[in-house]
Write a protein that binds this ligand. Sequence first.
Ligand code: C5P
Length: 218
Amino acid sequence: SNTGLFAGQKVVVTAGPTREAVDPVRFISNRSSGKMGFALAEAFAAEGAKVVLVSGPVNMATPAGVQRVDVVSALQMHEAVFDHLPGTDVFAGCAAVADYRPGNPQQQKIKKAEQQLELTLVKNPDILAEVAALDDGPFTLGFAAETRKLAENARIKLVRKSVDMIAANLVGENRGFDMEGNALLVLWSDGETELPMQSKKSLARELIQVVAEQQVRK
Ligand code: C5P
């Protein structure tokens, strides 16, 4: 497409949860549905961007015109993102990447035996922070799901990961994960705006307008 707000731009979006293997039949994961990431990918594509959607395991149809890359674990997501990063103008890290993975995933199913089983977890790479740390990297949009002190925690995340923009939402008590609608507080270095409760598809369309406005200032 040669029309639209993001015409001629390449956008990489991550979405959904990751699964971290404990053994061949078990994993650690989270409640992310992928809805927000898929809505974002669809919105960017509708505005003319070439979109690569790197998705963890979700039950979602691929939006029209979007190139989808399916992954399972955080390490696979990290690799897929960096494979597709060259030439990227905007990176939107919407995935709920598992912060930790079992350090020593078992090749055989773990048998129940002792009363206590210890699992050692090791830290996964922070994909968003790594992309944000690149020289001449893309404009970076991150998400922050917080259960409290939304603005304060989100601004800390903006600085700590040195991303260009954070979209923050409150989670817990029927909010956020796996819900149709949401509200976002969007922050950047010298400003912020609130996007009121609405469907994730509609939120995504409003959010990419804010991205476009701030992107020109980068
Ligand atoms: O620090 P926290 O996990 O709350 O940050 C959330 C943001 O960072 C999201 O944009 C998420 O996609 C991204 N992230 C990531 N890689 C990780 C952890 C989080 O890209 N390992």
